[in-house]
Design a protein around this ligand. Sequence first.
Ligand SMILES: O=C(CO)[C@H](O)[C@H](O)COP(=O)(O)O
Length: 222
Amino acid sequence: MNLKKIAGFAAAEEIQDGQIIGLGTGSTTHYFIEKVGMRMKEEEINVMGIPTSYQSFLLAKEWKIPVTTLEEHDVDIAVDGADEIDPNFNLIKGGGAAHTLEKIVDYSAEKLIIIADDSKIVNKLGKFPVPLEIISESRKPVFSALEDMGANPKIRMAQYKDGPVISDNGNFIVDADFREIDNPIQLEKDLNSIPGVVENGIFSQMVDQVILGTSDGVEVLK
Ligand SMILES: O=C(CO)[C@H](O)[C@H](O)COP(=O)(O)O
């Protein structure tokens, strides 16, 4: 049973004709984008997408979903994945290094739906390190600030190239391991106040709905 597909396909059924959709990034949103493309063909609904990464842009193209930008349209609904979801629906995102544009698009949406398999539900955020997109020149002071905050930071290294992962925006990604995060709302603000941090992967107080894929089928939270 593909739990990511269950969640992605269920979220695509929420989409209505004429909507502007924020297209999240990752393997779960892959299924969402695919199903939106199928619905456009089979049900002749017309929608436009605002991709949150180059990967999502390519997928939208593949499924013939017209793309637009935040300059031209407001976002009616954004559908995105997550790496961790806590009981208050705060998130860690950025496993795919796309959290900066994801946050811009997701936060500007009228409605934000998070899709995931049920393994992403946690009691407390922090087992998954918090991704931060940083300006490369700021690595040393950013590491010092993170260490002072009790985190163990690491530059994310690329798998198929020597050296660091470079984000779609040309920046480094730092994974900051906090182990347990007591106050994600405050930490989201504190991390962004470190000079050199472009954006961090904590998404607090923004989620309108969570659609989970479980072995019993679809579960809707909130
Ligand atoms: O934040 C993200 C990318 O930056 C993804 O949404 C998150 O990593 C979840 O990915 P997946 O659906 O592949 O488990």
